[in-house]
Write a new protein. Structure first.
Lengths: 281, 267
């Protein structure tokens, strides 16, 4: 059983975190009538803040299940033949730093860092924006008689880019960044690895200890396209079911997921990196 | 060059984040351990799409009949019960298949499959004193009820954690081995489902094991099904069986000693 974090301990904070993207997402029971023309009508409601649009393939449904076989014997899917898949539409702001994604079973709000001077507006701001947009989305659905929102899974993702040159230089030095990886060989033969990657999952319980979600952590070696600088992309995604009915249940599980992400990020990374990111508490 | 192995979950792509991935781990094409196994694919067309199921390796005995019954639900028209029943939702069929793949073991008895009037799917087991019903109302709304006539245990719940269902199925499989049930040609008149329309459940003649698969590890129950015999779960039931095959007690003792390796080890 994963130990419960002490909710009374204040959340770690950093003055200069390496976060470059945050996405808050809610998955709901499919609204079969929410197709391209209806999403166009919906865009009119968001157009003042998000004047640009793009179309993308839909995201697959994702549901965290517990107590099932860790190695399911197979997979099943239903492919529609007569109708093309309903698209995922992006509504972007002028700067491209914020966007809303809509598809027939998903509503997502993203913040991302575009320029060097863009700073993370902090969770409270992203959450408040997501909340008001989701309310507006829900109202339009009812007004347009497209159906009622029944959330079934919620998701919060933080993407961090940890650039070389500050605390580490090559992809073999993952141990300088995360505590879960230690480069202490038993025998003296090997040099530093060329690169390393790491993945971990944690079950997120509610206050009664029942599993309600899962935190997925992945750290991958990547290169910045502009100058080939080595970087690590550290992605933390917490996904789980709403903790109660309605919008409050959605926000509750997102808050819980965010708490797990922030605490995991802080506890997994090294004090050396904390100094560079200016940890406050 | 491999792709960045971050799940597509609504965050922006690697291209949009202006990064490219480092080369991935070595390919394992030349090794046997961890190599991909053959995948069996089953397709069930319906009026507006196709249900596709893929299973790796050797499917358990329950797989084909169960999946066939679930696949056939998609061909049922609306109002199939003449009481304005909804058409079975493909998403519920997919979820029911994912559920059986995730909770059933190789030796689990196959469930009866029932469509519900609200477009869902119900999986039912009524065997060896255990009644277990799993109602897939939607992919994220799954209800279950359990009653064990032997122990008196019963529960009903909305399923978020499948552990209790897996435990119930394990117990059912164990009882099946302990006291095998007589094979029925058609279970629809016996301990079958209790409501709505039932897809006919018949047990097929066991198929011969392909020669290249004879070495696979199989459970006792699975071997019994394949060989169309009743499995014996208790040692007492075989104690002394076949003793007449040795003409004398001494020859039988010699056989036992050889089996134990006494001769080879000199003990």
């Amino acid at each position: 059983m994963t130990p419960l974090p002490d909710p009374n301990t204040p959340l770690p904070e950093f003055d200069n975190p390496p976060v470059i993207e945050v996405a808050l997402s809610v998955q709901f029971d499919t609204l079969a009538n929410l197709r391209t023309p209806q999403i166009g009508v919906l865009w009119q409601e968001f157009r003042d803040r998000f004047p640009k649009t793009e179309e993308h393939p839909p995201l697959e449904s994702a549901i965290e299940r517990f107590g099932v076989s860790p190695t399911p014997k197979g997979v099943a899917r239903f492919q529609l033949l007569s109708t093309p898949p309903a698209p995922r539409c992006w509504f972007l702001n002028e700067e491209g730093t914020e966007l809303v994604q809509v598809q027939h079973d998903r509503f997502v709000h993203n913040w991302r860092k575009v320029g060097d001077n863009d700073t993370y507006p902090r969770y409270d701001h992203v959450r408040a924006t997501f909340e008001s947009e989701l309310k507006r989305f829900s109202e339009v659905l009812l007004r347009q008689e497209l159906g009622e929102l029944h959330p079934n899974q919620c998701e919060i993702t933080y993407v961090n880019h940890i650039v070389s040159g500050e605390g580490w230089t090559t992809h073999g030095q993952l141990g300088d960044i995360v505590n879960l990886f230690s480069l202490h060989y038993t025998d003296a033969f090997h040099p530093e690895p060329e690169d390393c990657r790491l993945a971990a999952r944690f079950v997120i319980p509610n206050r009664s200890g029942e599993p309600v979600g899962r935190l997925h952590v992945a750290i991958e070696p990547v290169y910045r396209t502009s100058d080939d600088a080595p970087m690590f992309a550290l992605t933390l995604t917490a996904r789980g079911r709403p903790l109660s009915y309605g919008l409050s249940g959605v926000l509750e599980v997102l808050d819980l997921g965010r708490e797990w992400i922030v605490r995991t990020f802080a506890t997994m990374t090294t004090p050396k990196m904390h100094a560079l990111w200016r940890r406050k508490q | 060059m491999t792709t960045l192995e971050i799940p597509e979950n609504g965050v922006l792509s690697a291209r949009e984040r202006r990064v490219r991935p480092a080369p991935g781990i070595a390919q394992r094409g030349s090794t046997l351990t961890g190599a991909s196994v053959s995948v069996q694919r089953m397709c069930f067309p319906s009026s507006d799409g196709e249900l596709v199921i893929e299973i790796g390796g050797v499917p358990p005995a329950w797989f084909e009949p169960t999946v066939e019954k679930l696949g056939r639900l998609l061909t049922m028209p609306p109002d199939w019960d003449s009481y304005k029943a909804r058409r079975v939702e493909p998403a519920c069929v997919v979820s029911a298949i994912e559920t059986v793949l995730a909770v059933m073991q190789d030796n689990t008895p196959p469930p009866a499959v029932v469509s519900t009037s609200c477009g869902g799917v119900q999986l039912e087991w009524h065997t060896r004193g255990i009644d277990l019903e799993v109602d897939v109302c939607s992919p994220t709304r799954i209800l279950a009820s359990y009653e064990d006539q032997e122990t008196g245990e019963s529960w009903e719940e909305r399923v978020f954690d499948f552990s209790r269902i897996r435990r119930a199925l394990r117990e059912m499989a164990w009882r099946q081995v302990r006291v095998p049930e007589p094979i029925k040609e058609d279970s629809s008149g016996g301990e079958g489902p209790t409501n709505a329309t039932t897809v006919m459940e018949t047990r097929k003649a066991p198929e011969p094991i392909p020669p290249d698969l004879f070495w696979q590890d199989k459970s006792l129950a699975q071997l019994a099904v394949e060989q169309d015999v009743a499995a014996i779960g208790r040692f007492e039931e075989v104690w002394g069986a076949g003793s007449h095959l040795w003409p004398t007690e001494e020859e039988f003792e010699a056989f036992l000693a050889a089996s134990r390796g006494d001769v080879a080890s000199g003990n």
